[in-house]
Design a binder for this molecule. Sequence first.
Ligand SMILES: [Zn+2]
Ligand SMILES: [Zn+2]
Ligand SMILES: [Zn+2]
Length: 160
Amino acid sequence: MHTASCQHDDHSHPGLTGAPLRGALAAAERRCAETQERLTPPRRRVLELLLGADGPQKAYDLIAAYGAAGEPAKPPTVYRALEFLERLGFAHRIESLNAYVPCRLEAEGHQAAFLICDCCGAAQEFEPDFTAQRAAAEAAGYAVSGITLEARGLCPACRA
Ligand SMILES: [Zn+2]
Ligand SMILES: [Zn+2]
Ligand SMILES: [Zn+2]
């Protein structure tokens, strides 16, 4: 999703292809098997699209790209697959973009945080340390179930 408005030097954030893509899908199959879950064909296809994408994907991008021969998916097929992928930690939704990215950290149940480029639309995941925020929330009597951090700015290529 390198946006048309970005005029900076060609810098793509290519998704996976070929052997690395097949390897990532095989790893996902193994992680599913370990947790008695099934990477059904629709789940696998949506994960494949996310892994192969060059940036965050909106649900309608995935619906349009779903069919190998160009035919779109039924929307519930894609939404259900995304729900599953999020639940198992294979993908994250970036709330401020309303778009999805594959999880590159391969850590289950972690808190995701993103650096988002306002110019080219790149989104990089990093693992935040929310210890202080959790402590503050607990001190205020809250039971925290999740914290989202989406930092916006310019990526290195767009800053140059
Ligand atoms: Zn740019
Ligand atoms: Zn992640
Ligand atoms: Zn950028």
